[in-house]
Design a protein around this ligand. Structure first.
Ligand code: NAD
Ligand code: WQD
Length: 384
């Protein structure tokens, strides 16, 4: 196409997003610049800073961003993760993704990172996330979740970075009056300091976007992320006793835990156990790519938008455990115990807005997701 055209030459260049020490291993056609004497068409890859990118959802999102043609920089203080996740991202993608160990609460260090890399967009995952711990250690949660977020938004404003995606949660709805919840469902007062930080950060983002020209934000309200990348090279790595259902299920199936406690079978639901909207983590990761595309592509209707990211399907705890056993052909010892304090009866998403506006929908079946969760557990235990 270009051979024989004297006025065309091309060169592969670096985007400036990745420092020389971390060059890609693979040839990426998107990075070509074609220069004409008459015409200059520059196709440059966009770069996304992923804070908390060594964590569960962040690492999967880094993979999907790279697959969609973005450059990625991961920043994480490794307070709830380790470098194996970054290595996993590099192995899956074949890209030597730059990693910076930075505490987003450290304004100076974060500022250096903003000076070092050229990115237009930030996805802010970095936060402490254990609901129960937040009740006993509220100041840790307010400090980490609010300070890190304020630093990121302030630096974006100061350095002219326009796009931010914030990791919010269905926890902002509390016990909603009707199901499924839409983005118009009123938020209830938070029942934990963790949940309160999500509501506060949403409000900070809404107000900052309204006040500062050029700043755009999307809050994604995740429902219950579960599962792992199909490669089983990255997944959830709970430290200590798992607090969430699926890691407890997989560890019980693997014999690490003796017995899963099911918190209540006397709720007003068809089988008496709680109902949630379990979303595959790779589907959730793709929602972030859709959000970044929307902001970069200028298709948004408002500078601050909120989307539910769920499947639209409610699944009970008992149903999930049964499906896990059937799909994977393993037994999960379980017993019914009393209700867990603070649990809501049921919640699931109406994801219509994300389907229609972001062009995103959950694609993986519950069976596929539960198979991936088990494959990941087996990888962790060296059982393959
Ligand atoms: P995670 O703990 O696996 O990932 C968070 C990452 O952020 C970790 O790698 C941690 O080391 C890092 N981190 C924490 N504080 C930091 C700081 N000050 N500076 C730099 N890095 C920091 O959690 P996850 O499940 O991947 O959750 C990611 C985000 O999604 C969080 O904001 C969480 O609140 C939100 N969220 C999670 C769920 C869920 O069920 N997993 C549901 C809704 C929302
Ligand atoms: C799911 C269901 C439990 C463990 C939490 C946060 C929420 C959001 C998502 C971040 C419930 C039952 C669990 C067990 C059980 N995170 N269960 N035995 O509570 O819906 O939501 O994660 O924003 O804010 O609160 O998720 O996985 O803990 O529980 O029976 O050992 O499984 O009662 O019904 P939850 P979960």
């Amino acid at each position: 196409m270009f051979s024989g055209r004297a006025d065309f030459f091309f060169a592969a260049i670096r985007t400036g997003c990745v420092p020389a020490s971390a060059r890609k291993r693979r040839f990426c056609p998107e990075m070509l610049i074609f220069v004409s004497v008459k015409q200059r068409i520059i196709m440059e890859k966009q770069c996304v800073l992923v804070t908390g990118g060594a964590g569960y959802i962040g690492s999967h999102t880094a993979v999907e961003l790279i697959a969609a043609g973005y450059d990625v920089v991961i920043a994480d203080d490794l307070s709830n993760s380790d470098l194996r996740a970054v290595e996993g991202v590099r192995r899956i993608t074949g890209v030597e993704v730059p990693f910076e160990q930075v505490d987003c609460c450290d304004r100076e260090a974060l500022g250096r990172l903003f000076r070092q890399y050229r990115f237009d967009s930030v996805i802010h995952f970095a936060a402490s996330k254990a609901v129960g711990e937040s009740v006993h250690e509220p100041l840790k949660y307010y400090r980490n979740n609010l300070t890190s977020f304020l630093n990121v938004v302030e630096l974006m404003r100061a350095t002219g970075r326009p796009n931010i995606v914030f990791s919010s949660s269905c926890t902002v709805y509390g016990e909603a009056d009707a199901q499924p919840v839409t983005e118009r469902t009123p938020r209830k007062p938070a029942t934990s300091p963790y949940g309160n930080t999500k509501q506060m950060c949403e409000d900070v983002l809404r107000d900052a976007v309204a006040a500062y020209e050029g700043l755009r934000g999307i809050a994604l309200r995740y429902f219950n992320p579960i599962g792992a990348h199909p490669s089983a090279l990255i997944g959830e790595q709970p430290q200590g006793m798992p607090q969430n259902l699926v890691p407890y299920v997989t560890q019980t199936a693997a014999g690490i835990r003796e017995c899963l406690s099911i918190f209540g079978d006397d709720y007003p639901t068809p089988d008496g156990s709680n109902i949630r909207d379990y979303i595959d983590v790779t589907d959730l990761a793709r929602a972030h790519v859709a959000a970044i595309r929307r902001m970069c592509g200028g298709a948004r209707r408002a500078d601050y938008e909120v989307f539910n990211i769920g499947t639209g399907r409610g699944v009970s705890v008992l149903e999930l455990v049964r499906r896990f056993e059937q799909v994977n052909g393993v037994k999960v010892n379980h017993r019914i115990v009393g209700r867990r304090e603070g649990d809501i009866v049921a919640i699931w998403a109406d994801p219509t807005l994300a389907n229609e506006v972001l062009g995103w929908r959950a694609e993986r079946t519950l069976d596929q997701t539960l198979a991936s969760a088990w494959a990941w557990q087996k990888h962790l235990c060296g059982m393959e």
